[in-house]
Design a protein around this ligand. Structure first.
Ligand code: SAM
Ligand code: SF4
Ligand code: SF4
Length: 336
């Protein structure tokens, strides 16, 4: 089955945030001042169980979802996450089962994730310069530890990996070419992400964004690039090949070149709210329905209605706004 929204976009991807907790404090996502020791994270009973998540994923797959991505918070902090992977991998018709992680716990977890049936891994790493990286993760990890996680993922058979790198002007933009060169040599795909105004707590300013065009120019001047064809309609990253044939990079241009027209994703928060846009100011609670005896058919119809009413295109609208939206869901809730 395929269901489409009001702008004729099918529902294809589900991003599942499995926890609101994280062992990093990246200032652009969970700034230390706000997510300090006294911050109240969700309790165990508030978050969805693996059975609840799997049930929802099964219903969504019946409605046309083919790609699942586990995220957070930091998904590897969720206890026994490999069991959830196993349960999701067993759903027929899931073509792609991926996870985005900060990589810190991969040395312990990579092999278990692979044998549980995870298809692909994306590891976030903003710089190879230790001081810069520490600045961008709230001083929770050095580069070595994440590189060890990447190595563990390679050994477990996940290569090639995607490496997510958020670019902030004046913070890590002088280290981008090093990132590109390092991972080019190792056959992984760096995806440079324009710093986004997700949530309301990171103090985002347009001046902090390095436009994708500029990122490309900087890398191209050292490591010549050429644009690559899109793999499929609705692909989020714009891809570029190295001219010497040794791999590719991707650009996530949500600020300067929005791609809402091809946006086929739904996001599930740890406590069971659904968000039809990364920049939504409100989610729709599903947990109550999962716990009140509603049948799968009831939930399926509810989801059909929710997607059928969807008109979100925030990134395209951002350009036309005089004031950015002041109330938005936080990234650690829905995982990017
Ligand atoms: N903790 C995991 C990690 O960092 O990979 C998964 C969750 S994290 C929210 C998912 C991705 O969103 C990461 O690659 C992170 O760098 C990115 N991200 C977080 N805040 C962002 C922002 N304000 N702009 C752009 N990307 C952001
Ligand atoms: Fe944690 Fe990922 Fe957010 Fe950094 S980007 S604070 S690692 S959830
Ligand atoms: Fe999709 Fe919303 Fe991002 Fe547009 S702004 S691409 S609708 S998540």
């Amino acid at each position: 089955m395929t269901i489409t929204d009001r702008l004729d976009r099918p529902l294809r991807d589900l991003r599942i945030s499995v926890t609101d907790r994280c062992n990093f404090r990246c200032p652009y996502c969970m700034p230390e001042e706000i997510f300090g020791e006294r911050f109240q994270f969700l309790s165990r009973t508030e978050i969805l169980s693996f059975e609840e998540i799997t049930r929802l994923a099964q219903i969504m797959v019946r409605l046309g979802v083919r790609k699942l991505r586990l995220t957070g918070g930091e998904p590897l902090l969720r206890q026994d996450i490999e069991h959830l992977v196993e349960m999701l991998a067993a759903i027929e018709d899931v073509q792609d089962l991926a996870m985005t992680t900060n990589g810190y716990l991969l040395p312990q977890k990579a092999a278990a994730l692979k044998s549980a049936g995870l298809h692909r891994l994306t590891v976030s790493l903003d710089s190879l310069d230790d001081a810069v990286f520490r600045l961008m993760n709230g001083n929770r990890s050095g580069v070595e530890r994440v590189l060890a996680g990447i190595e563990a993922a390679e050994e477990a058979g996940f290569a090639p990996l995607k490496i997510n790198c958020v670019v902030q002007r004046g913070v890590n933009d002088h280290t981008l070419v090093d990132m590109a060169r390092y991972f080019k040599e190792r056959g992984h795909i760096v995806r440079f992400i324009e710093y986004m105004d997700v949530g309301t707590m990171n103090g985002w300013k347009m001046d902090d964004v390095v436009p994708a065009r500029e990122i490309i120019e900087r890398i191209h001047s050292q490591l010549p690039l050429e644009p690559a064809e899109q793999h499929y309609q609705g692909e989020v990253a714009k891809r570029y090949h190295y001219r010497d044939g040794s791999g590719e990079i991707g650009l996530i241009t949500s600020v300067t070149q929005p791609f809402c027209g091809g946006c086929t994703r739904l996001r599930l928060s740890p406590q069971g709210e659904l968000f039809t846009c990364l920049f939504a100011n409100q989610g729709t609670d599903l947990r109550a329905r999962l716990r009140d005896g509603s049948s799968d058919k009831d939930i399926e119809m509810f989801l059909q209605g929710l997607w059928g009413r969807r008109v979100d295109r925030y990134s395209e609208e951002r350009a036309e706004m005089t004031h950015p939206r002041s109330q938005k869901v936080e990234m650690y809730h829905i995982g990017g």
